[in-house]
Design a protein around this ligand. Structure first.
Ligand code: F1P
Length: 346
């Protein structure tokens, strides 16, 4: 995250500079819509990006699985901006989605980690995440770096379109700049998370729930658990629980809530009560000092206080650690999960 922000944000002055998309600054003032295309973890980052861009830059955003989008006949105009996100920069579905959107006249930005990979070569402009090499197959630091790049892009577009004041930008960039230190604090929960992992390592299923931008974090938490420990996991918006997944809840079902203090905190508290009333076991990611959820959940993992926009960056950390410890305890190879390729090029 530090490397992704370096030389790009100036918190004291409230400025975001993204050299890779600078030539398209004028274009950004006139776009009608943004379509984000990606696969897997990168798609989850895109969903976080949707919240950030719509909130701050006030441009409508759609987030599409590249693997579906490429086979559709989507309605795209020259006033659309497509943002393709890919850690490897080689994912065949994402490349095909880019080619399709390009044919239809859209401007394409890339958010990639591997410098000089195929995707940065076929996009018009872009931003590298600078997360360093991802050793394991499952994306981890690439995800937080992608969310950081999307945050910078959201603020950059907001700055160009005048949908954010300089004062607010100073405030947000100052908070964003503190995130790497707060992540170090969040990592201190590692031993506690290891104990929680020991309790649930033999589970067959696990549910992840969150609201707002914590919903894609829930999806990503579920994907990491699936990918590296082979436990069936599902991520849902917490408010959707009553429309189906609630039927799954019993004493054998661990439910991970992203329940940080934000505008939907009260609603998440009542979702936790619904799970508790059905005997479910609750693991809650909360803002430090939260006493309400402490009295309700079986396990509470604290993350430091930050602005609502930056919660996904912090809340992801304990979920990645939880999956990691469960996978190790189950004897799984966390770096090379079965059946998964680092870049899916077919
Ligand atoms: C997309 C992705 C990864 C996943 C695995 C398979 O890759 O789905 O999110 O962890 O490596 O590919 P990418 O386009 O982000 O490189």
């Amino acid at each position: 995250i530090r490397d992704c922000m370096r030389g790009r944000i100036y918190p004291e002055r409230g400025i975001v500079q993204l050299g890779g998309i600078k030539e398209y600054t004028e274009k950004l003032k006139n776009i009608d819509r943004i379509i984000i295309v990606a696969c897997g973890t990168s798609w989850h980052a895109g969903l976080v990006g949707e919240y950030l861009i719509e909130e701050y830059a006030r441009v409508p955003v759609e987030v599409e699985y590249a693997s579906e989008f490429r086979y559709r006949n989507p309605i795209i105009s020259e006033k659309d901006l497509v943002i393709a996100i890919s850690q490897s920069g080689e994912t065949a579905d994402t490349m095909a989605a880019i080619e399709l959107a390009k044919e239809k006249g859209a401007t394409i930005f890339g958010i990639c980690n591997v410098v000089g990979a195929s995707i940065p070569r076929i996009t018009h402009a872009g931003v590298y995440t600078h997360a360093g090499p991802e050793i394991g197959v499952a994306s981890t630091k690439a995800f937080t770096a992608q969310v950081t790049a999307l945050t910078l892009m959201a603020f950059y577009i907001a700055q160009q379109r005048g949908t954010i004041t300089q004062g607010k930008l100073i405030e947000y960039l100052t908070e964003l700049n503190e995130i790497p230190d707060l992540i170090e604090k969040a990592l201190q929960a590692n031993d506690q998370i290891k104990e929680i992992a020991a309790t649930y390592k033999d589970s067959n299923n696990c549910l992840f729930l969150g609201r707002g931008s914590s919903f894609p974090v829930a999806l990503e938490g579920a994907l990491k658990l699936k990918e590296i420990s082979y436990i069936h996991a599902e991520g849902y918006p917490a408010a959707e629980m009553k429309h189906g997944p609630i039927a799954l809840i019993d004493a054998e079902m661990p439910v991970v809530f992203i329940a940080t203090k934000n505008s939907s905190h009260e609603k998440v508290v009542s979702n936790i009560q619904e799970v508790k009333a059905r005997g479910g076991k609750v693991i809650a990611i909360v803002t430090e000092g939260d006493t309400i959820i402490k009295g309700m959940a079986e396990h509470v993992i604290e993350i430091p206080q930050t602005g609502e926009a930056f919660v996904p960056l912090l809340a992801t950390i304990p979920l990645q650690l939880l999956s990691y410890h469960i996978a190790v305890m189950r004897g799984c190879n966390v770096d090379q999960p079965r059946n998964l390729a680092k870049s899916v090029t077919v």
